[in-house]
Every structure is written in C-alpha cells, then in structure tokens.
Design a protein around this ligand. Sequence first.
Ligand code: 5AD
Ligand code: SF4
Length: 442
Amino acid sequence: MSETKKLYIRTYGCQMNVYDSERMAEALGGSGYTEVSSPEEADMILLNTCHIREKAAEKVYSELGRLRSLKNEKPELKIGVAGCVAQAEGAEIMARQPLVDLVVGPQSYHRLPDMEARTRRGEKVLETEFPEDDKFETLKTRGPKARRAPAAFLTVQEGCDKFCAFCVVPYTRGAEVSRPADRILAEARDLVSRGVREITLLGQNVNAYHGSGPDGRDWGLARLVRSLAEIDDLKRIRFTTSHPNDMEDDLIAAHGDCDKLMPYLHLPVQSGSNRILKRMNRSHDRDSYLRLIERIRAARPDIAMSGDFIVGFPEETDADFQATLDLVREVNYATAFTFKYSTRPGTPAAERSGQVPPEVAAERLGALQALLAEQQQAFMQGMVGREVGVLFEKAGRHPGQMVGKSDYLHAVHVHGPALKEGDLRRVRITSAGPNSLAGELV
Ligand code: 5AD
Ligand code: SF4
C-alpha cells in the first residue's frame, strides 16, 4: 500500500485552470495524494497560475515568499508552479526562487506523477514543452471514483490561433487543438455516473472545436453538444468561451432546438469601435457582431448575453470608448467582464505607442461597469414573477434552504427541505437581490 500524502492546490484565473487543477489532483491521486484545503497540512503545494493580465509573475513570487516559512518548518514539503505563468516564465522562476521544486506547463500535467517522484529524489524538475502525447488520455482517473458536485467543467479544446494583439493565450496555451469526440463523450458519461447533471464545455476558443467524431468525420461543437444531449441523466449543457467568428450556423440553430443547451452565451467583443477592433486584430467588426447577436436571438429569444470588454487599449479615444458604451446599450448584456488594458510582454500591442493614461482608463472602466451593472440589475429584476429551471447545488445558510443555479447562471435561493443536491426543478422567482435571486418551487 502506498503512503498517503497531502496535496494543496491554489487555483488562479479561468475555469480551465479549475478543471486542470481537478485533473492534476486526480493524476497525483495515483501517487498516493489526497487533496487538503490548507497549505499548512500539505506535503505538496501547487500554484496553478494565470498570466492573462499584469503582475502575474509578481503575484506568484509574493505567494511563494509567503510559503517560505512552511518550507522552513517542513523541508520535505514540495512546491510546484503550474499553469500559464509556469509556461511563460517557469525557467526564470526556478532560477530565482530556490523554494520551487517543480514547474509544469499546462500541456504537461500528465507527467506530474513522474515529476513528483523525481522531486522526492531531490531533483528540481521543469516541463514546459508542448508534448505530442495526449495529456487527457494519460490523465485518466485512477483510484476510487469519487462522487461529484452537480455541475462540472470539461475541457474539449485548448489553445488559440486568433492572436488578438493584447493576448498571451496563443503563446501560453499554444495552437488550437480539439480532443476527439468519443473521449469527451466517455468523460461526460463518467461524470454523469458520478452525479454530474450539468457540464460546461471549456475551451479558449470553444466554438472553434473541430474534433474527430466516432464516425471518422469532423465534428463541430454543435454536433458534440447534440450528442452529449443524448446522455439521459445529463440535464444541462453550456460552453465557454466563444469567439464571434466561430459562431457557426448549426451552433446557433442548436441554441434554438436543443433543450439541454442553456440560454446563456458568453461572446466577448472587447470593444465597440471598429478602429480599435482592427488594431486589436479581432477580425470581426461592430456590425458583424451585432448582426450575429440578432441571429442568435432569433433562434433563442430569451438568451442571456455575456461579454468581455477591454478599456484603454492603445490609442483608444473618447469617441472609441463612446462606441463601446453605445454597443453595450444596443446589445443589453445580462452580465459582463470588464478589464483595463494590461500590457503583456511579447504581444504585438505591447510595442505600440499611444498608451492610454491609467487615470483615463480607470474612468472609462468605471463608466462601463456602471452601465453594465444597470443592465445586469434590470435583467435580474425582470426575472421576478418568471419561472425558470434551477439545478440545486448546495444547502443555503438558513435551515431548509437550498441554493442552485438558474438556466441563466444566477444563484437562486429556495426554501425546500425535501430538495437534494442535483435536483433540477422549476422555480418561480419572487425577488431579486444585487447578486442572487430568491424563489419558490412551482
Ligand atoms: N489586458 C486586459 N484584458 C485582457 N484580456 C486578455 N488579455 C488582456 C490584456 N492584455 C481579457 C479579454 C479576454 C479575457 C479573458 O481577458 O477581455 O476576453
Ligand atoms: Fe486571447 Fe483573442 Fe485568443 Fe481570446 S481569441 S484567447 S482574447 S487571442
């Protein structure tokens, strides 16, 4: 019998990192590790990092600094850096911070068990290659099949070929690669057998998914979604993040005719100004985005739209920013994510002149957030009196209360002592708070 060791993973950044952290924990489960929730207990600590915006590496260094006392107390503690900062700056981190035993890029997680064994022999190990072998296949679960929470992530596609001028993803996650459909279907069936009722398909460009199907043909995301929808006990399907240019007709149609595909779509536009979109190398313009949304809404009128916006991109003028506000008014978002442009070394925009002063960017961010918050509030208020599906995920703070997610991803509180985790029920919304809804079972 192998000894049990304790693993603590801290996850930063996007949902794909959340998924990756789960898979890393599973992979190390085979080496005798169980996950714990505090770094103090751990025999191994992994920081699963994000590189998308500024100060990412600094954050990792300061986090590592805080771990120094733990390592002093327990010299056999192993510390690893994973994720996109590891990919971009791993070698430097290892050279600068002797505390670090292991650096693993996002494409090499399946090598963790072997890397861990080498650190136990006193080696320092770095893996940031883009290996040919399929990490997902090698990452298969060993050990007992644990029951899972009702909602899970499943990565179907990784990497990005779009090269937006501001973005590090094409460099840290590499080129677009799609997993074969049969492996995704098998993973989904396994998740469902362990209690999962909702799956969010993940990809940096998830709607660019083109994997080989079990029939030997090329499957797009719509074909994959329809096939997943045939799994009986899988009740809900979502996908994120999409690029406007990859929103193919059959995927739009699926939003209209596939009941399990939830009426929520995260479709980043970044800016409402054609001039800025061009400089961002977004390869779509304002009108094509707006027309696309019209078509999506024609297929699914109640769809909730979400987006990402960057303010203060180099050379963004007040008029450009007004065009963004204007687009936001035209689309009317249910929710959105807003960012101040952050210079990323190695990206084309980093070389550009015309940087926007930080106080101007801050002001624009405030104005954009205020408008989006208004729309979000209006959307939530508009839910009151409506009926919506809710997938219950956990007990609420009050006795007999359960909390779940609506079709539109709102947290919904319901009094229902008989409700169980994983129940999907119709709920009438009775009130809307700033961040969540309350309702009663229909
Ligand atoms: N600065 C600010 N925001 C960025 N994003 C990506 N790169 C940058 C950057 N350099 C935002 C985009 C993207 C989201 C995941 O992060 O809006 O859609
Ligand atoms: Fe980054 Fe653009 Fe690719 Fe999205 S589409 S990951 S913003 S390069």
